[in-house]
Ligand binder design. Sequence first.
Ligand code: HEC
Length: 150
Amino acid sequence: MYIKTLIIINLLIFINFVHANEELVSYDIVDLSIPSSLTNEDGDIKNGRDIVLSRRGNCLACHKIPSGNDIFQGNIGPSLAGVGNRYTISELRLRLVNPYVLNPDSVMPAFYNVRGLKRVDKKFREKPILTAQEIEDVISWLFTLKTEEM
Ligand code: HEC
């Protein structure tokens, strides 16, 4: 039993370590969008929903989001209802990765882009808020939001 717990703790530490040192993916911006997936893996729609509706993304601090819950919803940014109708997946990807390309004064955080990418020692390099796969998960869920209904 004790050994089992130790193995699990070690595994958790290892997973965290891999996550923290994940190499940042470079991406091309074309026509105010990022056409290529950051990971070449399909987004996990359910995980994307979990991230958006949890503290992990903190999206609810600024956006109204269809969630089936009557929780506090922000009004700093536009409602995300119907956002899957207004944008393509590639346009959503740019909005999450780096909204400053579209609006240099945006108050929305860049969830993937980090400053000081080049030649900074790994230890001091800034970490993106979400991983590349989490960005893909989030936009795959946003793309399912097709109606204005909350
Ligand atoms: C601090 C406030 C803030 C947070 C946190 C935030 N956003 Fe935003 N978001 C904005 C604002 C403001 C805009 C309007 C465009 C702009 O100013 O850049 C916006 C725009 C958007 C848009 C484009 C919507 C449209 O109809 O044009 C999407 C999609 C979006 N945000 C998704 C998210 C997601 C998903 C999260 C969480 C992972 C998030 N935002 C977190 C403030 C925020």
